[in-house]
Design a protein around this ligand. Structure first.
Ligand code: GYE
Length: 306
């Protein structure tokens, strides 16, 4: 997704704030909506955005952050592709006196002085909401429930946390069994391929838990190709609630979606202005989110922005 990755010019010499933003990539509908939200919010606030797409690679993100430091941007924000390995480059930013804001995903750095704040969802909570729905759906039943799981990008905060939260809930009832769990990289094609493998190797799949809509949508194609009915023969839970996911939910091909909002742009720009002015900001800012059943998806779809 191109973006206005320029890197040249100083923005005309006025006192416009310059924000260097390193995005994960363009792996999902969520990510596309997130990028749009950030670009639009920067434009609306008159912030000079230097946008860089890391194409899913941590090395590229580190490179982009280093280049933002060299360019002496006012603020750096980024959505870390994986949790680990950020300390050195974050120290470089700190030494250069450039404040860093984490958006969407967390890092596992012990030294929290390396960034000003983290704006994004509680992914453990999202996983729990997925588990809670399942527990309710199978309440009072004792037959084993075979679950396959499509994980997000290995090492990414939402993949780790959505797994953790989900397991925390389902482990309280031994009838729930995760019989296969592999990555689908948060992508539709990879979700489809991994689901094909599951369908070949696991005999009785009752439930699919996909860490995002796109992987769930890819899996639906695999399930249909195998002559099964998604949402009926195999119950499907996903996370995100992007339009394509909500449409599949309204058609009962998905049974439940846990919302994760990508519309972080406006809040991010407010934080950028504050940290630029050395104002205090909360160290953690949570986004507000809900969940959707097919009926709720039908009602919400006409006004859905992404
Ligand atoms: O759920 C997934 C995307 O980090 C919350 O990344 C984000 C996740 C989102 O690729 O669709």
């Amino acid at each position: 997704c191109g973006g206005d990755d320029g890197g040249s010019g100083s923005g005309g010499g006025d006192d416009k704030i310059t924000l260097g933003f390193s995005q994960v990539g363009a792996e999902s509908g969520w990510r596309t909506a997130n990028t749009k939200s950030i670009q639009e919010a920067a434009a609306a606030e008159g912030i000079d955005l230097k946008f860089s797409d890391a194409q899913g690679k941590q090395e590229k993100q580190i490179e982009a952050i280093r280049s933002f430091i060299t360019q002496r941007v006012d603020v750096i924000a980024f959505s870390p592709v994986v949790e680990s390995g950020w300390d050195p480059v974050l120290k470089e930013a700190k030494d250069a006196g450039i404040p860093v804001i984490l958006t969407d995903r967390a890092v596992d750095s012990k030294d929290t002085s390396l960034y000003k704040t983290f704006l994004g969802s509680d992914f453990v909570e999202e996983g729990k909401k997925a588990g809670d729905w399942l527990a309710k759906e199978y309440q009072g039943k004792s037959d084993p429930v075979n679950i396959v799981e499509l994980q997000g990008t290995p090492g990414a905060a939402p993949a780790i946390d959505r797994k953790t939260g989900f397991e925390e809930v389902i482990k309280t009832d031994p009838k729930f069994k995760i019989v296969a769990s592999q990555t689908g990289k948060f992508e539709r094609t990879s979700g489809k391929q991994t689901m094909e493998t599951f369908l070949q190797s696991v005999k009785d799949i009752d439930v699919l838990y996909a860490h995002n809509d796109d992987m769930g949508l890819g899996a639906i194609e695999a399930i249909e190709a195998a002559g099964k009915k998604p949402g009926t023969d195999i119950k499907i839970i996903t996370v995100d609630a992007v339009k394509d996911g909500m449409t599949a939910l309204s058609e009962n091909k998905i049974n439940f979606i846990v919302e994760c909002s990508p519309l972080l742009g406006p809040q991010l720009m407010q934080l950028v202005k504050k940290v630029k002015n050395s104002e205090e900001v909360p160290t953690r800012i949570l986004t507000e989110e809900t969940t959707f059943t097919p009926e709720q998806a039908k009602a919400a779809l006409p006004d859905r922005k992404y």
